[in-house]
Design a protein around this ligand. Structure first.
Ligand SMILES: *[C@@H]1O[C@H](CO)[C@@H](O)[C@H](O)[C@H]1NC(C)=O
Ligand SMILES: *[C@@H]1O[C@H](CO)[C@@H](O)[C@H](O)[C@H]1NC(C)=O
Ligand SMILES: *[C@@H]1O[C@H](CO)[C@@H](O)[C@H](O)[C@H]1NC(C)=O
Ligand SMILES: *[C@@H]1O[C@H](CO)[C@@H](O)[C@H](O)[C@H]1NC(C)=O
Ligand SMILES: CC(=O)N[C@H]1CO[C@H](CO)[C@@H](O)[C@@H]1O
Length: 358
């Protein structure tokens, strides 16, 4: 169901773990002799062989195994293990040199950061967050960047009084904007609003645009996005706001601003909202641990998510064949996609493999 609500996801991949030797103690100096995989691969068993030399008999104890993420002290595995039962030796361990082997499974953990980028204009960010949480996604309001929120920012920045062609749930996003009630409208905001796309409402918007022009007042036509069509709940395509925006442009002789996808500014907002992944270390050896990151856009729309407007952005483009995807869409792409996958569930493991995370 994810693809129906959110057509696009950004993921930044961080480099992966290395093994840290944190296993020394006074009377039982231990050193790592062999690791079956280095760097350690999350989700796979990794066996570590230690060589220990003890001068006295040892009756018991714990060996702590810690796996750190490269360049950070943030442990991805940190557990103590019983020396007598878990290492293939039995206690007491007599004086001398011993080889101890322990296999551990470092849990896979997403090292990527993501933002859900949606051009939804049907529901407020608050409501969308709740909807996703109900579906079981652990997301917070800050993980979601909607074109509706971006439109609000634009309205506030330009201090506009907007006439909204939006579904009631979406108008919530504009609730608290302080505008002088006596001021005439100086903007028309259009989102996906099936219940508003009728002659009377569109004509009201048209008159606002036209009368402002006649009075030589500035007026803006703002499209939350310009989607031609979308995948509807009955699995068929339905008309998006694009055609209605075009109708107002044509009738009033104005050019709409497009805030959501595919506006480059919108993608940039999302990319900039990803946590910075560059090393902040100030030591002179920082180069050795400096982290690299890759930003990936996953989308089902070869034009709006992955289209020419995204050219020049530091991203890789992955198309998923779900939602509004139709056979042959990849042939219309403005450049060869970095990957085309059956669905989101197949995309993520492929990406993680490609970047050596798993
Ligand atoms: C969305 O907001 C409205 C109004 O605040 C509320 O009635 C509705 O239950 C909310 N929907 C969800 C899915 O949270
Ligand atoms: C949800 O995400 C937050 C922040 O990433 C994390 O601290 C928390 O443990 C997660 N909760 C669950 C149930 O995964
Ligand atoms: C409206 O303002 C109140 C108080 O400033 C705030 O708590 C609330 O989240 C705002 N609502 C929206 C939709 O921004
Ligand atoms: C892109 O969005 C910004 C606001 O986020 C807006 O100022 C700009 O006009 C939009 N660009 C186009 C081509 O509509
Ligand atoms: C509501 C709506 O039109 N959503 C569309 C937003 O854009 C994505 C991709 O561009 C579409 O898949 C959605 O249907």
């Amino acid at each position: 169901m994810l693809h129906k609500t959110l057509a696009c996801v950004l993921i930044a991949i961080l480099p992966i773990v290395s093994f840290a030797d944190d296993c020394r103690s006074g009377n039982f100096p231990v050193k790592i002799a062999r690791i079956t995989s280095s760097p350690v691969k999350p989700g796979q068993e990794t066996c570590v062989t230690f060589v220990a030399t003890n001068s006295n008999t040892i009756t018991g104890g714990q060996v702590k195994i810690t796996v750190d993420r490269d360049g950070s002290s943030n442990a991805v595995y940190d557990k103590s293990h019983n020396m007598c039962t878990e290492f293939g030796v039995s206690c007491p361990i007599t004086a001398g040199e011993h080889s101890l082997t322990k296999c551990v499974n470092v849990p896979y953990e997403a090292t990527g950061k993501f933002k859900l980028v949606t051009n939804t204009s049907k529901t407020s960010t608050e409501n969308l967050t709740k909807k996703l949480q109900k579906m079981g996604f652990n997301v917070s309001r800050d993980d979601i960047i909607t074109s509706l929120a971006a439109t609000r920012m634009l309205v506030e920045k330009d201090n506009l009084k907007p006439f909204l062609i939006l579904e009631p749930k979406a108008t919530e996003e504009f609730d608290n904007i302080s505008v002088d009630a006596s001021r005439p409208y100086d903007a028309v905001v259009v989102g996906l609003a099936p219940s508003c796309f009728h002659y009377d409402k569109l004509n009201e918007a048209f008159r606002i645009l036209k009368n402002a022009q006649a009075a030589q007042r500035n007026v803006q036509l703002i499209a939350i996005h310009r989607g031609r069509y979308f995948q509807d709940t009955d699995d068929d395509l339905s008309m998006g706001p694009g055609g209605f925006v075009a109708a107002l442009e044509y009738a009033a002789g104005v050019q709409a601003k497009i805030v959501g996808k595919p506006n480059k500014t919108f993608f940039e907002t999302a990319i900039n909202a990803l946590p910075s992944t560059t090393s902040t270390s100030t030591t002179t050896t920082a180069a050795a641990t400096a982290t690299e990151s890759t930003t990936i856009v996953i989308g089902d729309d070869v034009e709006s998510d992955l289209g020419p407007e995204t050219d020049g952005l530091p991203i890789e483009r992955f198309l998923v064949k779900t939602g509004k995807y139709r056979a042959g869409d990849e042939d219309r792409a403005f450049k060869t996609m970095d990957g085309v996958f059956a669905d989101f569930a197949h995309t993520v493991p492929q990406i993680l493999k490609r970047y050596g995370v798993i």
